[in-house]
Write a protein that binds this ligand. Structure first.
Ligand code: COA
Length: 411
């Protein structure tokens, strides 16, 4: 709950747009970004023009490789018909979150009043090479050893099952529940790549890709874009009566190689960014009712529920299993611990909404912006007016970078 006398907001979101995610064979990345950008400019309640945008912050991981283009700011200036400062961030799957982080810095510094933050990726065109391309975000020795990202997360999932599951089948069920729950959440999401239910058993029976990771534990290969209009808290009310305020914006980093980590069942960059964000917002994790959590593979959602402090280390799988047992069938299935409840990935997360990597961190903000404004349509989380805060957590690689943003409707 955002307190009246608590920390002040540092920025505000006043517009949000996105494309559908999926295999968008006929669209190039620039067209996707323009589509999301136009939607977000047009969504600003009291109206802004293209020329009101003073700077842009974009995130994309693989544009140079998938589309053989560099100097992205130049291409984007041409598409936008603007000659303003445009910055590009590459932070693997957290490229979008890093773009939001940089956009907020631009506002906080006082240099800009209105900026556009966008993320995009076009992966499907490189269907036969995308696995290798993604490995730019891994250690070269991991690539040389034959790993893909599915393989790297298989290592983390194996270790988690060994350390904490100790042969209990319910731990494996919890990994499948994350997928089943997120696909269920996506059923009301018109933008999602997969609006399709999968039972826990179907996930557990899906094709084995890298033992123990199965096809339905994975997010898909996706194309898409998302964008936001971010402004200062002072200017926000000039653009809408219902801005969504940003109370915390944090980023933390760690080594790229798994071999350099002190443990494989958690991610230090999440713990650091999450801790700093909660402190900045003056909140406890148990006070956040809605979260976008990076679930590229289902083991990630399990680990991050521990790294965030919502569950104790080694206990998220039990919490997830019990929550699902108690709430299966509800439109949104919360994770519960004591009196605390949080809905995670209300639109399907990366698993079902899709994961065009550079777009994901921005898409997460699009989702919570609409949820907090009560505009999420068939995906809207039902609440008794207590949906007043949300967080977005975005990871790059196996945790080499993490961004966390906390939002609220204002005190
Ligand atoms: N979730 C749900 N369904 C999926 C899916 C996914 N992740 N991936 C594919 N499907 C579906 C397809 O729609 C298709 O369904 P259909 O038979 O009803 O048409 C079926 O599964 C087979 O699809 P196909 O494209 O042949 O799968 P694939 O074997 O080429 O790819 C993965 C499956 C898991 C390998 C692929 O989704 C993948 O690589 N995911 C990980 C992406 C990644 O690493 N991201 C970045 C991490 S840092």
């Amino acid at each position: 709950m955002v307190q009246k006398d608590g920390p002040k907001p540092i920025a505000a979101v006043v517009g949000a747009g996105r494309t559908k995610f999926g295999e968008l064979w006929y669209d190039n990345p620039e067209k996707l970004l323009v589509e999301a950008g136009l939607e977000c400019v047009e969504s600003v309640d009291k109206g802004i023009g293209r020329k009101d945008i003073q700077a842009c912050f974009f995130g994309s991981f693989l544009y140079q490789h998938t589309n053989k283009r560099g100097l992205i700011p130049g291409y984007m200036a041409q598409e936008l018909g603007l000659n303003i400062p445009i910055s590009m961030t590459e932070a693997a799957c957290a490229s979008g979150g890093a773009a939001v982080y940089n956009a907020v810095l631009g506002i906080q510094s006082g240099k800009f009043d209105i900026v556009l933050a966008g993320g995009f990726e076009k992966m499907s065109d490189r269907v036969d090479k995308i696995m290798d391309d993604l490995m730019f975000a891994a250690d070269p020795h991991e690539f040389d050893a034959g790993f893909t990202f599915i393989g790297l997360y298989a290592v983390m999932m194996s270790r988690y099952l060994y350390d904490y599951g100790k042969g209990d089948e319910r731990c494996l069920d919890a990994m499948a529940i994350v997928a089943s729950k997120n696909h269920h959440h996506a059923m009301g999401n018109p933008y999602a790549q997969y609006r399709r239910e999968f039972t826990v058993e179907a996930v557990k029976r899906s094709a084995l890709v890298a033992d123990p990771v199965r096809l339905l534990h994975c997010s898909p290969v996706s194309d898409g874009a998302a964008s936001l209009i971010i402004t200062s808290p002072e200017k926000a009310k000039e653009m809408t009566d219902t801005p969504i305020y940003i109370y915390a914006s944090q980023q933390a980093t760690d080594s790229v190689a798994l071999s350099a980590r002190d443990n494989l069942t958690g991610v230090k960059s999440t713990r650091l960014a999450m801790g700093a964000a909660l402190e900045q917002a003056g909140m406890k994790i148990s006070e956040i009712p809605l979260a976008e959590v990076h679930d590229c593979f289902t083991i990630e959602e399990v680990m991050y529920m521990e790294d965030s402090g919502f569950y104790n280390t080694g206990e998220a799988w039990k919490g997830i299993f019990d929550s699902y047992k108690d709430y299966e069938g509800l439109r949104h299935i919360p994770y519960v611990r004591g009196d605390a409840e949080v809905i995670v990935n209300p639109g399907g997360g990366l698993k079902a909404d899709g994961h065009p990597v550079g777009a994901t961190g921005v898409r997460q903000v699009f989702e919570v912006y609409r949820q907090l404004r009560g505009e999420a349509g068939d995906c809207q989380v039902e609440s008794d007016g207590d949906l007043d805060a949300a967080l977005c957590h975005n990871i790059g690689g196996t945790g080499g970078i993490c961004t966390v943003h906390i939002f609220g409707r204002g005190a």
